[in-house]
Design a protein around this ligand. Structure first.
Ligand code: XMP
Length: 319
């Protein structure tokens, strides 16, 4: 039995021992996990750490600005923001298979980190906010035969040519424990309470081909959905909520005209660790309000559906 304060002290000691006077770069996603990992590592080794935030064009509305504010202004942790939208979009062009998307994005992340490391004269370590569930779900399905359900973007190690070792101080923790550790490191409740966001970002919330145009449409719908969830005071009761954009067009009518646009799916689940999940039972009036707003305000969407699938048999993300 250990307290989070003890865990933090032990991990800081581990990080110092592993890293010595080496240089570490840490990939930030804007989520709780990579932020907690970065702040913990910064506490251990100070400015031997440099953080890299890759803007792959698959982020939510205003996410990049929020990360910049937190790291630069609040924590004063060295941060490089890489504008990588074009190369990610180019690489995703024509790719619609979910595993191919995930593999490309994971590989491209590593490429970008490698380039950024080279820019600072090389780094010895790459830090990631990999959690325990990431590790096991990429290896095998609980209790079943060894099959890959999804290749998490940050699991699976580094290509051999890269001379960097991984630093993954959260590898033994579940999400709720990471949140406790975040509080222990001085992050406020609002930040540690943020819903998880996957590294591959909006790419795995757009079944089929990912384009900038589709990302822009999805960003708007997602922001409206989350704004309504916050306004209703439901954010903290939900593990994760997000919109998906389906590559399916249906016919609708607005005013006197016919529309022929995409379908938006809404997902919201409760969970304690992301391994299993239940559908969040919104009131019908809430879903009606969100649906009306999205169809009225987001050009490109004329129909909204709610995903009523638990995990299992569904997964939380759609890909
Ligand atoms: P699934 O869709 O597998 O998701 O039920 C379980 C939890 O993991 C998150 N997730 C990811 N997080 N990289 C991440 O950092 C990934 O590649 C990834 N894929 C899924 C998902 O958002 C949910 O919280």
């Amino acid at each position: 039995d250990w307290t989070m304060a003890e865990y933090k002290a032990a991990k800081i000691a581990d990080i110092r021992e592993q890293v010595g006077d080496g240089k570490v770069i840490c990939g930030l996603s804007g989520g709780v996990d990579s932020s907690v990992a970065a702040i913990l590592i910064h506490e251990a080794i100070g400015d031997q750490l440099m953080c890299v935030f890759v803007d792959h064009g698959l982020l939510r509305l205003n996410e990049r600005e929020q990360v910049e504010t937190l790291f630069r202004d609040h924590y004063n942790i060295p941060l490089v923001v890489v504008d990588a939208e074009e190369r990610f979009m180019a690489g995703l062009d024509g790719v619609s298979d979910p595993e191919k998307k995930r593999k490309f994005i994971g590989g491209e992340f590593i490429e970008v980190f490698d380039e950024e490391a080279a820019r600072i004269g090389g780094a010895d370590f790459l830090a990631q906010g990999t959690l325990y569930p990431d590790v096991i779900e990429s290896v095998s399905f609980t209790g079943g035969p060894s099959v890959t359900i999804k290749s998490h973007h940050n699991v699976g190690g580094l290509p051999e040519r890269m001379n960097m070792q991984l630093v993954e101080p959260l590898r033994e923790l579940f999400k709720d424990e990471v949140r406790d550790l975040g509080r222990e490191l001085g992050l406020n409740d609002q930040f540690v309470g943020r819903h998880p966001f996957p590294g591959p970002g909006l790419a795995i919330r757009i079944p089929g081909e990912v384009t900038k145009e589709r990302c822009d449409i999805l960003r708007k719908a997602d922001a409206i959905y989350l704004e309504e969830i916050r306004n209703a005071g439901l954010y903290d009761a939900i593990w994760q909520a997000f919109a998906v954009l389906l590559p399916v067009k249906t016919v609708g009518v607005m005013g006197d005209s016919r529309t022929y646009d995409n379908v938006c799916g809404l997902r919201a689940v409760t969970s304690t660790d992301g391994m299993t999940a239940d559908v969040y039972p919104f009131d019908a009036s809430f879903l009606t309000r969100v649906s009306t707003r999205i169809v009225n305000e987001v050009k490109g969407i004329n129909r909204v559906v709610y995903d009523y699938t638990s995990k299992p048999p569904g997964t939380i993300e759609w890909e």
